[in-house]
Design a protein around this ligand. Structure first.
Ligand code: ZN
Length: 375
């Protein structure tokens, strides 16, 4: 049997299986169960948060042979056709690839005809902001006077690019980015079901690399399983993501807080030796600073595991709130500037030295070392 990617195999078939987006799901469930249906829905949010997944479940709920309900049966011909992507009444359009006015007009010409089998003819337009102005006009005309059997499900990562006239005719739902914890617990659930052995720290690393997108999280997990030959270990995950071992990050902070320039450069070079993705290294250092700030303000922290938790506690005791804020700011800017640095490794080394140069105690220690060196 061929391997099926996790995102496909575990695609949620109904609202109950969906992870996150409770606020949107609740509103849709209420609308379906009370049969108070609008003719156009707009789902917005960053990539991989479930816009088209929710739209497909909604389409199933509308056209299920057992009738409109928030719990489509998943077994009737209509449900199965939607699941298999061959429903004649669900017309899926990727606006990123079909932007011509002719395409849109051609599709909308058929709006007047009744659906083939279900009660509704549903247009699912993904990345709707990519439509041309003429296509929007064609769409708008239909939105203004939609036949009763028509539903529009629009999805976009960029609602700002939609004409106000279109926006004002849609019920808008903003999908949130997934939290790292939501992604982590879902990935852990799936690997449990799939009987894949995992290391906690590796799973945490994948979840933060997913950066709020469940789809990215799932494909990273697929990759990690493939790289690890069927299991997910920290070392292969780090190698795959181009991240470096967490010990190195802690050592960087340690030498920085000791104001030890020579050691800081040495530790930076240890990192450079791995030729890592520097933007990601910076992102992890930034995330560590965030955790330290939370810990110092007595808020709850979410360390990847016990070891990381101990490191955060230990570093937090040696750093001031001002230093955290300053380093955070420098790291954010430094991360952005890495892309324009002619040599990423040198750029990273300079960034580490910049942290030291702007440390509140740096003036005193530089002075001391100069005095020490002078005869
Ligand atoms: Zn059904």
């Amino acid at each position: 049997m061929s391997y099926q990617v996790l995102a496909r195999k575990w695609r949620p078939g109904n609202f109950k299986e969906l992870v996150g987006q409770e606020h949107v799901v609740q509103a849709l469930v209420n609308a379906l169960d009370s049969k108070r249906l609008h003719h156009a829905y707009l789902f917005t949010g960053t990539r991989g948060v479930g816009k088209t997944t929710i739209a497909r479940i909604f389409a199933k709920s509308l056209n299920c042979d057992t009738g409109i309900s928030s719990e489509p049966c998943g077994e009737c011909a209509s449900c199965l056709e939607v699941d298999e992507g061959r429903s004649v009444d669900l017309i899926e359009i990727d606006a990123a690839s079909r932007t011509g006015v002719e395409d849109m007009r051609e599709l909308l010409d058929n709006v007047q005809y009744a659906p083939t089998r279900g009660p509704f003819k549903i247009y699912l337009v993904d990345e709707v902001h990519m439509l041309s102005r003429h296509s929007f006009n064609a769409l708008l005309k239909t939105l203004e006077e939609p036949p009763p059997h028509i539903k529009f499900l629009l999805a976009t990562t960029d609602p700002q690019k939609l004409p106000v006239t279109v926006l004002s005719r849609c019920l808008q739902f903003n999908l949130k980015r997934m939290s790292k914890q939501q992604i982590l617990s879902h990935l852990q659930y799936l690997t449990g079901e799939e009987k894949v052995a995992t290391e906690t720290a590796a799973m945490a690393l994948l979840s933060s690399a997913a950066d709020g997108s469940m789809r990215d999280g799932l494909s990273l997990l697929d990759q990690a399983i493939a790289c690890g030959g069927g299991s997910v270990s920290l070392s292969t995950t780090e190698a795959m993501l181009g991240t470096i071992s967490r010990d190195y990050l802690v050592k960087l902070f340690d030498s920085l807080l000791q104001q030890d320039a020579a050691r800081l450069v040495e530790e930076a070079r240890n990192v450079i030796a791995y030729n890592p993705d520097y933007a990601r290294v910076c992102a992890e250092m930034i995330s560590l600073l965030h955790q330290m700030a939370l810990y110092r303000s007595e808020a709850a922290i979410e360390p990847e595991d016990d070891w990381m938790g101990e490191q955060i506690v230990a570093l937090s005791a040696r750093i001031s709130n001002e230093e955290i804020q300053l380093y955070y700011q420098i790291m954010l800017q430094g991360r952005r500037d890495l892309s324009i640095s002619p040599d990423a490794a040198a750029g990273f080394e300079m960034l580490m030295l910049r942290l030291l140069a702007f440390s509140p105690d740096a003036g005193a220690s530089t002075q001391a070392s100069v005095e020490k060196k002078s005869p």
